[in-house]
Design a protein around this ligand. Structure first.
Ligand SMILES: Nc1ncnc2c1ncn2[C@@H]1O[C@H](COP(=O)(O)OP(=O)(O)OP(=O)(O)O)[C@@H](O)[C@H]1O
Ligand SMILES: [Mg+2]
Length: 430
């Protein structure tokens, strides 16, 4: 079978296939243990692009009894799990819990096909503060006793309807439980009610929630009352950056897929890509994919570091990493000095960057006083330049998004020092 070159690496997709899921043993075990522990809900949180959704996909596979992933666990479930898994990705239209539950009840890939009634919203849209009632209509084909058809719509409380739907599915006995995976939780604008809904429904040990999204702490992600967060905290799984060994396993998997093609990544290329990825598997996939395309198009069999560097420059030029490139261009504006300052910050290893370490480096490299450096840092904090940095405490800053930080460090310079005079003018006038 010819190799599907375009999909050996998947920068745009979470990993579903357990065979392509690299590393993350500790996190796999953690979600499996949480799944098996009564009353424990699951929270998967961490930085952008570190692999949260991919772990959630593996959790789904465990819950559905997929043996390839269960075989990898150190704490295997005593009986093969048989959950109905409902996986929902929130987007900006999910404004609040009401909108989320409504989606769970009405989406064809959520509960709708499993329940004998149809749910419709009563008032316009899902605006904040809209009615908590829904219209519920029986569907004839799904009723067990067709003589008692209820064709009239009845108004019911949204949350009790959700409870009824869950109770109905569990009562049929076709599945042993229901696992709701709610991904991109951070995009729900008002999620104040999330912990209480999770606690209320999760009181039945057959019902599990996995809340997934960007956050540096579980509290930040689920915005919950501390006591509720504590109750579910033994199911919190932090996604740290992937280690070099784990990232290398992504290349090993790719090489397996590429055996017939006789194309491989040299050690130098792997090392360099792993280095610039800074723990984000996303960059291994993005660069891996584009290196592969380049190698095939020029008939090269061995992907070297030089080729990978060219490919990264091309990714920047063509805006292939659209979100990161747009943020980069916005942050640097038209200024070489601001670009220099941004990169100097991005190259610092630590998450929290101390200005007493980085300012002297910048001032001696660019021969400018630290006061001027701080003006540029002020720009990088301001909304005008995208607010990529935030101040954590006196003399300390961090990048809001570690995925962007890695990009800013690795991307080749956009400007050259010729722009310097223009810059000085801008610094004084802005
Ligand atoms: N364990 C893994 N093995 C191999 N590839 C992985 C692994 N985890 C994630 N990836 C890859 O890394 C990229 C990001 O993964 P994923 O979408 O799961 O991250 P995320 O944390 O959910 O990102 P986001 O913050 O954008 O939602 C994808 O290309 C995915 O295929
Ligand atoms: Mg994700």
């Amino acid at each position: 079978m010819p190799v599907d070159i375009m999909n050996v690496f998947t920068p745009a997709l979470a990993i579903g296939d357990p065979a392509r899921f690299a590393g993350r043993q500790e996190q796999l075990d953690a979600v499996s243990i949480a799944l098996q522990s009564e009353g424990t809900q699951i929270v998967i949180y961490g930085n952008r692009g570190v692999g949260k959704s991919s772990l959630a996909r593996q959790l789904a596979a465990i819950a559905q009894g997929d043996q390839t992933v269960i075989d990898r666990l150190n704490f295997k479930p005593p009986t093969t799990p048989d959950y109905l898994v409902i996986n929902i990705e929130c987007d900006d239209s999910v404004l609040d819990l009401r909108a989320l539950i409504l989606r769970l009840l009405t989406d064809d890939d959520a509960l709708a096909p499993w329940i004998p009634f149809k749910v419709e919203k009563t008032t316009a849209g899902s605006e904040l503060g809209a009615s908590l009632n829904v219209k519920v209509l029986a569907i004839s084909g799904k009723l067990t006793n067709s003589d008692t058809l209820e064709r009239e719509a009845v108004e019911q409380d949204l949350y009790s309807t959700f409870g009824n739907a869950i109770a109905h599915i569990l009562s049929t006995g076709v599945v042993s439980g229901i696992l709701f995976i709610i991904d991109e939780v951070d995009r729900i604008r008002n999620r104040d009610d999330l912990p209480s809904v999770v606690r209320a429904r999760g009181a039945d040990p057959r019902v599990k929630f996995a809340l997934v999204g960007v956050g540096t702490t579980p509290q930040e992600l689920i915005a919950g009352h501390e006591s509720i967060v504590r109750q579910i905290s033994d199911g919190c799984v932090e996604m740290p950056p992937m280690s070099a060994v784990e990232l290398r396993a992504i290349f090993d998997n790719a090489h397996q897929a590429l055996i017939e093609e006789d194309i491989a990544f040299g050690d130098d290329a792997q090392d360099w890509i792993i280095e610039i990825a800074k723990g984000h598997p996303y960059y291994v996939h993005l660069l891996g994919k584009h290196c592969l395309i380049r190698a095939v198009s020029i008939g090269e069999r061995l992907i070297t570091e030089a080729l990978a560097r060219d490919v990264l420059a091309e990714i920047a030029n063509k805006g292939t990493a659209k979100v990161q490139e747009a943020a980069y261009l916005k942050a640097i504006g038209h200024s070489f000095v601001r670009e220099f300052v941004l990169k100097a910050f991005a190259e610092e290893e630590r998450d929290e960057i101390n200005t007493s370490i980085v300012y002297p480096k910048i001032s001696s490299a660019r021969n400018m006083d630290t006061g001027t450096v701080s003006v540029y840092v002020g720009h990088l904090v301001s909304d005008k330049f995208g607010g990529v940095l935030e101040k954590t405490r006196e003399r300390h800053y961090r990048f809001k998004d570690s995925l962007f930080k890695a990009y800013a460090a690795a991307r080749p310079f956009q400007y050259t020092p010729d722009k310097l005079e223009q810059d000085e003018h801008e610094a004084i006038t802005s």
